[in-house]
Ligand binder design. Structure first.
Ligand code: CAO
Length: 569
């Protein structure tokens, strides 16, 4: 196997163009003509193909490097005989495109083998002229991906009118005339080729601009180009691997509004339906990278953001109708907080990002109802305190949460639809009882799961809980310790509060929220008695559970907590 140095082929007028993407790395197997790097000028980007198939041994360039024809890109251990078909010479045969004399009439196009003229001349006094696609090389049909003008716009000669794109390159098409756009003849998604009418323009008096390019025979191999005219140059390869034309003039005014991304990123975004103009680029000069597109998709899917199209579909005042994918919501307010005072920005922790996305989905997708109740735990708390005194030496502290878990086990056995999950139109009733409990950790909320809580005693549950809570705080919980839960408890009892609305932990169908117990006067029929009351908040999925069942569940739970002997009944 021979080592081959792959160099930048003839890329026409492109001089000192910057590498904005490395598309391969050492160890990658590449095919002949596979794109290796993307380079970009101020008007066009292009991908440089490989002259050989093989395995990349060494990269000779890095992001930001400026390259020219002949710059070594990488070293390849060439497959088989080494060179790809037609790639014997590192530098391919050139294609010539010669500027020709400007004719006096309007644009014309021809087949690829005969000379093509793209030229227009406005009458000296002005007049309506057709502005057409100039010679864009071997491209047969390319898609219009951006349109920068609209009827009524005043345009300069050579101002970019549209962007067209093949699978490997994008290019902006300049205007041959200055004037006012009368009729726009293309829209995004149209296929165009040389000679296609872009717009009719009321030419400014005396504004004459001519562009004429004459293609010559196809090259024997890779990318090559020469200047096409004073205002257009082209880069082309056999088979259309790389081809772009760029006007050799200052960028148009509208340029600043365009999303800055290479053709492959544009293609990637289009495949995913991502509106590139809504993606914030993190690359050099704000260029949009593949990571940016992926991050945008994740944010939209998580519901943290809507695309403009989603927001536009939202009915006025429709905030009640849902979240991401629920087109009723207004877009998230974009506020420059620094206008109101100093701020500090902090990234959300990984756990917060994951739990946030889950909580949001659950809140939006599950029709929640929360029933509140109080349980008299006066006797239970006295028992717990006594138990802890007796067990002082064992090191296992029995907490109220352990009793709550055990009480929930009994209630779940009595009301099995609470120990269930929805699966389409079926309810999956579980014959095991794994209970999750929310644990507050420095990095965010985690829900470890006590497995087979129905088969375990209070002491064992207390011990396991303390171990799992410790692991959660240290970030050492394994995935198996957080999955498989049937029902969850979120206890804020150690902190405070009275009632709250816990969010159901899908695919579970209910969750119990518990707040801080307090001694309150409770009427016993004859007098007010001081009783230790525990506030309970049960959120349940109304698709599965009815309000009456929820009230019964809470009542039963409160009865057990008031007198644990009822578990035996
Ligand atoms: N009422 C009154 N006091 C209570 C109580 C209640 N319902 N529950 C616990 N306490 C007391 C305990 O008895 C303990 O007091 P002592 O130190 O005097 O014995 C103290 O509060 C601290 O208890 P704890 O919180 O350490 O223990 P726990 O078993 O109650 O809870 C755990 C463990 C992991 C659930 C808890 O530490 C925790 O993380 N809670 C927060 C859960 C949460 O964030 N939920 C919200 C989810 S939605 O964002």
């Amino acid at each position: 196997m021979a080592l081959v140095e792959v160099k930048v082929p003839d890329i026409g007028d492109f001089k000192d163009v910057e590498i904005i993407e490395l598309l391969v790395k050492p160890g990658d197997t590449v095919k002949a003509e596979q794109s290796l790097v993307t380079v970009e000028s101020d008007k066009a980007s292009m991908e440089i193909p490989s002259s050989h198939a093989g395995v990349v041994k060494e990269l000779k360039v890095k992001l930001g490097d400026k390259i020219n024809e002949g710059t070594p890109l990488l070293v390849i251990e060439a497959a088989g005989a080494g060179a790809a078909p037609g790639a014997a010479a590192p530098a391919p045969a050139p294609v010539r495109a010669e500027p020709v004399e400007a004719p006096a009439s309007q644009a014309a196009a021809s087949t690829s083998t005969s000379p093509v003229r793209t030229e227009s001349a406005a009458p000296a006094s002005g007049g309506v002229v057709d502005v057409v696609i100039p010679d864009i090389g071997d491209f047969d049909e390319v898609s219009v991906i951006e349109v920068f003008i609209k009827p009524g716009d005043t345009i300069k000669a050579e101002q970019s009118l549209i962007t067209v794109e093949s699978d490997k390159a994008s290019m902006e098409i300049p205007s041959s005339h200055a004037g006012v756009v009368k009729d726009l003849k293309v829209k995004v998604g149209d296929k165009v080729k040389k000679g296609s009418l872009i717009a009719t323009v009321q030419a400014a008096a005396g504004a004459v601009n001519t562009v004429r390019a004459e293609p010559v025979e196809a090259p024997a191999s890779k990318a090559a180009a020469t200047p096409a005219s004073t205002s257009t140059s082209s880069v082309r390869t056999e088979g259309g691997a790389v081809q772009t034309a760029l006007p050799a003039h200052e960028p148009a005014v509208l340029q600043s509004n365009l999303p800055h991304a290479s053709p492959s990123i544009r293609k990637f975004a289009r495949e995913l339906g991502v509106p590139l103009d809504e993606v914030k680029g993190s690359g050099p000069k704000g260029r949009i990278t593949q990571d940016d597109v992926q991050a945008f998709v994740k944010t939209v899917l998580s519901g943290a953001q809507q695309t403009k199209a989603q927001a536009a579909k939202a009915p006025a005042g429709g905030a009640a109708s849902g979240g991401a994918g629920f087109p009723g919501l207004l877009p998230w307010p974009q506020v420059d907080f620094t206008k109101f005072g100093p701020v500090e920005r902090r990234d959300l922790s990984r756990i917060k990002k994951i739990s946030g996305a889950n909580l949001h989905r659950n809140w939006v997708m599950i029709p929640h109802v929360t029933n509140h109740d109080d349980a008299d735990i006066t006797d239970l708390e006295a028992f717990r305190v006594q138990l802890n005194k007796e067990n002082e030496k064992s090191g296992v502290k029995v907490t109220m949460l352990a009793f709550l878990i055990k009480a929930c086990v009994a209630a779940l056995k009595k009301f099995p639809e609470f120990n269930a999950s929805l699966d389409g139109e079926q309810l999956v009733l579980k014959q095991y009882v794994h209970i999750g409990f929310a644990a507050d950790t420095p990095n965010g909320l985690m829900v470890p799961v006590i497995r087979d809580a129905d088969k375990k005693g209070i002491l064992q549950i207390s011990k396991e809980m303390s171990e799992l809570a410790g692991k959660a705080r240290d970030g050492k919980l394994g995935p198996a310790e957080m999955t498989g839960g049937c029902f969850s408890i979120s206890s804020l009892g150690g902190i405070g509060g009275t009632y709250f609305t816990p969010i159901i932990n899908a695919p579970e169908v209910a969750i119990l929220g518990v707040c801080k117990s307090a001694t309150r006067p409770v009427w016993d029929g004859k007098a007010f008695q001081p009783r230790l009351m525990l506030p309970l908040s049960l959120s349940w999925d109304h698709r599965v559970i009815d309000g009456a069942s929820a009230a019964r569940f809470n009542t039963y739970l409160a009865q057990i907590l008031a007198d644990f002997r009822r578990v035996l009944l």
